[in-house]
Design a protein around this ligand. Structure first.
Ligand code: FES
Length: 179
C-alpha cells in the first residue's frame, strides 16, 4: 500500500486535528500508516521465520552428510561373544547413536539403530517373536528387515551395515531408509 506523505494524519475518531485532545495532537498516530506498518512487520516476521526454517533444514542436511562420512569401520564384538538369539548394544557412528547387534542364526547377524522412528524411544529386541518392540506407544518392527509392522512408526529402523572379519564383527555404515 502506498502512503501519501503529504496527506494529513487521520485520527481514529475521524475528527480533524483541532478537535483532538492535546495529547493526541502532540503524539499523532496515523491510523492507516500504523496498519501499513503492522502488515510490513508481519511480512518481515514471516520472511525471517521462513529463513530460519530453511537454515534449520540446511543445518540438519549438512549434519547428516557429515555423520554419514564419519561412519568408519568400528569393531562391535567378537563373533563368539554372542550366542544365537542374543543381542548386544553399541553406539555407531557416534557416541550419541545407540544401536543393537543381534545374532539371529549361526551365520546371521543383524544390526539397527535402536531409536524408534516414531519418537526416538529405545526399541528392545524380542527374538522369541521375531520383532523389535518399542514400549512407548507399542510400536513393532520386523526383526529381519527392521520395517515397522504395527503401531505408530512409519519408517524402518536405520540399518547398520556389518562386516565380519577374522572372527570380529564391525559396523561399517548406516543405511537410512524411507520405506
Ligand atoms: S516412540 Fe516408538 S512407538 Fe512411539
Amino acid at each position: 500500500m502506498e502512503i501519501d506523505k503529504a496527506s494529513p494524519t487521520s485520527f481514529p475518531d475521524g475528527r480533524p486535528e483541532s478537535a483532538q485532545p492535546k495529547w493526541r495532537q502532540d503524539f499523532p498516530i496515523d491510523v492507516e500508516a500504523d496498519a501499513y506498518g503492522a502488515r510490513r512487520d508481519f511480512t518481515k516476521f514471516m520472511v525471517l521465520t521462513s529463513l530460519a526454517f530453511v537454515c534449520g533444514q540446511v543445518w540438519i542436511a549438512v549434519q547428516s552428510i557429515f555423520r554419514r562420512r564419519q561412519s568408519a569401520k568400528q569393531r562391535i564384538a567378537a563373533v563368539d561373544d554372542l550366542d544365537i538369539g542374543q543381542a548386544v548394544s553399541f553406539h555407531f557412528p557416534t557416541d550419541r547413536d545407540p544401536c543393537l547387534l543381534i545374532r539371529s542364526a549361526e551365520h546371521e547377524f543383524l544390526a539397527y539403530s535402536s531409536l524408534c522412528t516414531h519418537l526416538m524411544c529405545p526399541v528392545r529386541p524380542d527374538l522369541e517373536h521375531n520383532h523389535l518392540h518399542c514400549p512407548c506407544h507399542e510400536g513393532y518392527f520386523d526383526l529381519a528387515s527392521g520395517r515397522p509392522t504395527a503401531g505408530p512408526p512409519r519408517r524402518p529402523l536405520p540399518r547398520i551395515t556389518l562386516l565380519i572379519d577374522s572372527g570380529a564383527i564391525y559396523a561399517t555404515g548406516v543405511e537410512e531408509r524411507l520405506s
